[in-house]
Design a protein around this ligand. Structure first.
Ligand SMILES: [Zn+2]
Ligand SMILES: [Zn+2]
Length: 144
């Protein structure tokens, strides 16, 4: 592993918050002033190809990167954009919850969950306690 690749990998391992390439770049730059965004992209691609890092995509948002190689799903917070790992409750890769058509063989499974993270859910809760109306506070937030 080159020094830059090692650095990019370390950045991903330090905070498991699924950063985008630009976020990885900003963090890597703090430690290696000369590193460029193009280099970070290259390193991420190499790490992904080597199977050390997984690329996480949701809709048309920029790809995020995850060094957790255990089978897991991703939880996307619709309010703050946080992405968390969700481990399967069983050790069959989470397949037992689905009726896979007979004869089909699942090679890869990507599950995306959307909702509110604990922090955002707590904020929403306290908002609705104040106003007594969740939809009003939601509308107010959307208008801001
Ligand atoms: Zn992940
Ligand atoms: Zn959140």
């Amino acid at each position: 592993m080159t020094r830059q690749r090692r650095l990019v990998y370390d950045v991903l391992l330090r905070d498991l918050d699924h950063p985008t390439a630009s976020e990885v770049f900003l963090r890597a730059k703090d430690q290696l002033a000369g590193i460029s965004l193009a280099t970070v992209y290259n390193c991420l691609e190499t790490l992904t190809d080597a199977g050390l890092v997984k690329q996480v995509n949701l809709d048309r948002e920029p790809s995020r990167y995850c060094p957790n190689l255990h089978e897991h799903a991703h939880f996307f917070c619709m309010s703050c954009g946080a992405v968390q790992d969700v481990a399967p409750a069983s050790n069959d890769g989470g397949l037992c919850g689905w009726r896979i058509p007979e004869g089909n063989r699942v090679e890869k499974m990507e599950v995306a969950m959307r909702g509110l993270c604990r922090r955002c859910a707590a904020v929403e809760e306290s908002d609705s306690e104040e106003t007594g109306d969740v939809s009003a506070s939601r509308a107010a937030r959307a208008a801001n």
